[in-house]
Design a protein around this ligand. Structure first.
Ligand code: FAD
Length: 386
């Protein structure tokens, strides 16, 4: 087993780290205060990231993306965790792998402009009445002589304010759930309110309403009735990247600040780092973050090797999200009153971390998946040598 990085990986990570430190982190406070990222700033970081070859790293080179394997991508995603969600979205893109199912004319219309950063796509699965139970949706698309007629609604759709089109799940006939590419601006398609969130300032989360929206036949992604399977297949990678790897990055970032604070802050005539109860907070955080990192890279390696990684990704999702929660909680404690005060970003990290246990499948849902696998196939399922 080789746990080292090669020269190409080191160069890539150095480039990403420098870009995040110099271009993105300085914008964080401004976004937090204003509640949005100014379009000019968004364009500037997008152009710079693109010029460095850092846009759409997850998409194959055939379509103009970075073509990174899963391990290299997760190494980058971990670094992305060192800054805010909205800055990552605008700088590095958020191109869903599901779009790789585009065929023929769909490629030029929906996939390629996303990879070039000319169009933004959000994924719209959740409804007010169907969250964890993603198959319980009531949005429906009915076939017509000229295509489809879409009716229903979605909510909590991230980035919807800036998105040009949406990957929408809808019930089709008796044949299950299908995915449609729905352009903003179509008659009958309206954006609802921006649902205010605890954290993630700068990223919009909108309701979407579909009232007899006429879709052309080209809008169907993949085969009718295969949408749920397709969404679940690709969302695994998204989950590993945007929750697993980013949670590891966020926890590492917070940990660096904790170590620095423990060294600098003096009470009772000595650095608080000298107190064993403070050391325990650091030690537990280091242990948990490192365990999460290796779990995450192992799952990425499985993806690259073609081994089914669904259970491992579920484990990473739970462990990394919960590790992040514990680490930011300890960070608030270690910083004392300053951890709770808005003069420092610790309280923001605390708020931003909470969602990791909820979106992309709650901890409870992933635990259920893991337990079912263990009960069906035995706990040895998780041994490397089976
Ligand atoms: C900030 C944010 C961004 C989001 N972005 C998007 C997006 O871009 N696109 C999108 O489609 N969705 C998005 N979502 C929706 C997100 O994926 C859902 O909120 C999540 O899947 C949970 O669904 P729910 O909120 O309806 O909770 P519910 O499903 O109602 O769950 C409520 C509680 O019940 C528990 N529960 C439910 N079922 C079970 C079970 N079988 N066993 C045990 N416990 C169970 C849950 O774990 C949870 O604790 C976003 C949500 C938020 C808050």
């Amino acid at each position: 087993m080789d746990f080292g990085l090669n020269d190409a990986q080191r160069l890539l990570l150095d480039t990403v780290r420098r870009f995040i430190r110099d271009e993105l982190q300085p914008l964080e406070e401004q976004v937090e205060e204003q509640g949005y990222l100014a379009p000019e700033a968004a364009m500037a970081i997008h152009e710079k990231a693109k010029s460095l070859g850092l846009y759409a790293l997850n998409i194959s080179e055939e379509f103009g993306g970075g073509g990174l394997c899963a391990v290299d991508r997760m190494l980058c995603e971990e670094q992305f965790g060192h800054t805010s969600d909205i800055l990552v979205r605008r700088a590095f893109g958020n191109v869903y792998e599901a779009l790789l199912a585009c065929q023929g004319a769909q490629v030029a219309r929906w996939l390629a402009p996303c990879v070039r950063g000319e169009r933004v796509c959000s994924i719209a699965i959740t409804e007010a009445g169907a969250g964890s139970d993603a198959q319980g949706i009531t949005t429906r698309a009915v076939r017509t002589p000229s295509g489809w007629l879409l009716n229903g609604s979605k909510h909590f759709i991230s980035d919807a304010a800036v998105s040009d089109f949406f990957l929408v799940s809808a019930r089709t006939g008796d044949r299950g759930i299908s995915l449609f590419m729905v352009d903003k601006g179509l008659a009958g398609f309206t954006l609802g309110r921006d649902q205010p969130m605890m954290g993630l300032r700068g990223t919009s989360h909108l309701e979407l309403w579909f009232d007899n929206v006429a879709l052309e036949p080209l809008a169907l992604l993949g085969e009718e009735g295969q949408g749920f399977k397709m969404a679940m297949a690709v969302l695994g990678q998204v989950r590993l990247a945007q929750v697993g790897a980013r949670a590891v990055g966020k926890a590492s970032h917070v940990l660096e600040l904790m170590v620095e604070q423990a060294r600098q802050r003096r009470q009772f005539g000595q650095a608080i780092a000298d107190f064993q109860l403070v050391q325990q907070m650091l030690a537990d955080s280091v242990i948990e973050v490192n365990a999460a990192r290796w779990m995450m890279l192992h799952a990425a390696w499985m993806l690259d090797t073609g081994i089914d990684a669904r259970d491992q990704i579920a484990m990473v999702k739970v462990h990394a999200a919960e590790t992040l929660g514990r680490v930011v909680d300890r960070a608030v404690q270690l910083f004392g009153g300053m951890g709770y005060c808005k003069d420092l970003p610790i309280e923001r990290y605390y708020r931003d971390a909470r969602i990791y246990r909820i979106y992309d499948g709650t901890s409870e849902i992933h635990r259920t998946v893991i337990a079912r696998s263990a009960l069906r196939r035995g706990a040895a399922l998780f041994d490397l040598h089976r």
